[in-house]
Design a protein around this ligand. Structure first.
Ligand code: API
Length: 284
């Protein structure tokens, strides 16, 4: 029976099954199906997907993320904080600040340590990509897609598109508890205007440095938190004149709070917790 050791970790309730490929070996062709299997709460371990911690030629570690439907994502904010925690606590890195390779480029992580345990992590997520072709979204090339009227199922909405290396559609609501997360979310996720699909965020603005946030994730559905989505929500809120540039904004997600700044330099800084839940062996 084949097996691999895993660590289940979460960032604000957005949990993944982490596999250390410095020590484990899983055939590439099985990765997508294994992500589906381990995510299943009844017949697997239960999580929003699987994240691989891999050797890299350009950084101390590389992160690969698979959603619970088996699709591979190009970035994951909550995942990056947990990968940083794992890498430091398992001596894959020696410093408290280091690079992590993702499929959408390099990011820089800084871990904060108390009694040899990483309690929180700041990740410099780099610059948002705002052109229509970078989201990506079909249609006339545009410098930005901000509050663009779009129709889904006969209803008109204003959508702001932001890529954090993965695609996000941000919608504003008056009451986050009434947001159409499970009705509009899956429709937008797979709309033909988004050739790679898209993560769907709903935001209620509290003030110029505070947001409420819910998410329907591409490939995973409703999750407790989405780090890249929260970054996209802050960028979208600045673009829509709702929050302030270069000012730390607290984003209240279902699983807890992230602290995010879109700096005047252009990069997005995200700070939040990363927790280890358990370790184990998975048989397949
Ligand atoms: N569903 C996302 C990947 C996970 C992102 C999210 N969990 C985060 O913390 O950023 C996608 O397919 O682009």
């Amino acid at each position: 029976m084949r097996r691999f050791s895993f660590t289940k970790m979460h960032g604000l309730g957005n949990s993944y099954i982490y596999v250390n490929l410095f020590e484990e070996n899983i055939p590439e062709e099985l990765l997508s199906e294994l992500a589906v299997q381990v995510s299943n709460v009844n017949t697997g371990i239960g999580a929003d997907g699987m994240i691989l911690i891999c050797p890299s030629e350009v950084a101390p570690v590389k992160m690969r993320i698979f959603n619970s439907d088996g699709s591979e994502g190009k970035n994951c904010g909550n995942g990056l904080r947990c990968v940083a925690k794992y890498a430091y606590e398992h001596q894959l890195v020696k410093e408290t600040s280091f690079l992590i390779e993702t499929l959408s480029g390099l990011v820089k992580a800084e871990v904060f340590v108390e009694n040899d345990v990483v309690t929180k992590v700041t990740v410099d997520m780099g610059r948002p990509r705002l052109k229509r072709s970078e989201i990506p979204m079909v249609g006339e090339e545009a410098e930005q897609v901000v509050a663009e009227p779009v129709q889904f199922c006969g209803e008109w909405y204003e959508m702001t598109g932001v890529s954090m290396g993965n695609p996000h559609a941000v919608f504003y609501v008056d009451d986050i508890e009434q947001a159409p997360v499970t009705t509009l979310g899956p429709i937008v996720e797979k709309d033909a205007r988004f050739p790679e699909g898209i993560n769907v965020e709903f935001v209620e603005v509290v003030n110029d440095h505070e947001l409420h946030f819910r998410v329907w994730e591409r490939g995973s559905g409703v999750t407790q938190a989405c780090g890249t989505g929260a970054c996209a929500a802050v960028v979208a809120s600045v673009l829509n004149g709702k929050t302030a540039r270069n000012k730390e904004t607290v984003v209240h997600l279902a699983g807890g709070d992230l602290y995010i700044t879109w700096t005047d330099k252009g990069n997005v800084l995200m700070t939040g917790p990363a927790e280890t839940i358990c370790t184990g062996v998975y048989y397949y």
